[in-house]
Structures are given as structure tokens and as C-alpha cells.
Design a protein around this ligand. Structure first.
Ligand code: GAR
Length: 187
């Protein structure tokens, strides 16, 4: 059995979608949801799905090995970031080489970097009058949104699109492709 840990800071609709996708899979399961945010919606998602969760502080994440140890103790094979907003520290990355992936709601390297997350990304895409946007799934390195790209796909935009409709189009791509790519990486 391959085991996934999902890291999220917010609502967790991607986390919910990934948990659902692997629910009846005999080879892959979501073992845990981890969050830096004690009030994150994703913790309710985990609770309702019967998935273990762990909340950690900034100090625990950056200055101790508590989170690394938790993942090792739970024999996690893949760390999946889904709307997780903190930079992943170097020691953490070294502990799980090529085993940490992230999804970004745009076509990197455009519209990435520090401060570019969630609605801000879609507002920037709109402001730049882009005719297309998309998603990028990539390995995580010590810099925001700069790790090797695993998968990208795009959708077209029209002048009528708003940041909200762009977000909806991007979420649709995320829900369709993130679980599939995770499955491929673990097979
Ligand atoms: C997702 O769109 C994800 O791509 C984005 O946060 C959203 C989380 O939504 N991640 C980033 O912007 C990372 N830079 P969710 O909580 O509903 O899954």
C-alpha cells in the first residue's frame, strides 16, 4: 500500500477530491492531512473522511523535525501540497527526495513566486489579459514554484472571464488531473 500525506492551509477542496478519488483504491490511500492553520477547512474534510490530521506551528515546522518524523513514522510515500502556503524547508526536502509535489493554479513559470497563490494568481492572469491559463504540477524545491515541472495543462480564456470564472476553470482542471498524476507517480 502506497501512502499519501496532503498538506493544505485552507478550504481543502483539492484535498477532498484526492481523498475521494483514492477512496476505493486498494494500492494507494490518503493516510494523513497536515496543516499549519488550526482553523483550516481542510481539517473538517479530513475528519469527515476519517483521515488522520496533524496541525503544526511555524516553530515546529522550521525548527524541529516533528513533521518529518510524523511522515516517516507513518511511512508516507508521497507528500502532496494542495493549497499549502508555507515555503518547505531544506531539511524537509532532503528527507523526501522527489517525493514532494505541489500544484500551482497557473502555467509556471508565469504567475508564480512568493505571494502568488489562490485568487491573487487569477487576478493577475485577468489583469494581464491572458488568452489562456492552466495548472502546473511540479516537484518542490526550496524556492516558491520553481521545482521541476511534472505536468501542465491549459484552458482558454475569453474577455468575459473574471477572476472568479478563471478560478472555476482552473479548479476543474485541478480536480481532473491532480489525482491522476499522483496515481501515476505512485505506480
Ligand atoms: C488551489 O487552486 C491550488 O492550486 C492553490 O490553492 C488552491 C487551494 O484550493 N495553490 C497555490 O496557489 C499555491 N501557490 P483548495 O483549498 O480549494 O484546494
Amino acid at each position: 500500500m502506497k501512502r499519501i500525506a496532503i498538506f493544505a492551509s485552507g478550504t481543502g477542496t483539492n484535498a477532498a477530491n484526492i481523498i475521494r478519488y483514492f477512496d476505493d483504491n486498494h494500492d494507494i490511500s490518503v493516510k494523513a492531512v497536515l496543516s499549519n492553520n488550526p482553523t483550516a477547512g481542510v481539517l473538517n474534510v479530513a475528519k469527515e473522511a476519517g483521515v488522520d490530521s496533524l496541525v503544526f506551528t511555524r516553530e515546529e515546522f522550521y525548527e524541529t523535525d516533528k513533521v518529518i518524523r510524523y511522515l516517516l513514522d507513518n511511512q508516507i510515500d508521497l507528500v502532496v501540497l494542495a493549497g499549502f502556503l508555507w515555503l518547505v524547508p531544506e531539511l524537509f526536502i532532503q528527507s523526501f527526495p522527489k517525493k514532494i509535489i505541489n500544484i500551482h493554479p497557473a502555467l509556471l513559470p508565469a504567475f508564480g513566486g512568493k505571494g502568488m497563490y489562490g485568487a491573487r494568481v487569477h487576478q493577475a492572469v485577468k489583469a494581464a489579459n491572458k488568452q489562456e491559463t492552466g495548472i502546473t504540477i511540479h516537484y518542490v524545491n526550496p524556492h516558491y514554484d520553481e521545482g521541476d515541472i511534472i505536468f501542465q495543462t491549459s484552458c482558454s480564456l475569453s474577455d468575459d472571464d473574471t477572476p472568479d470564472t478563471i478560478a472555476a476553470k482552473v479548479h476543474k482542471l485541478e480536480y481532473e488531473f491532480y489525482p491522476k498524476v499522483i496515481g501515476q507517480l505512485l505506480n
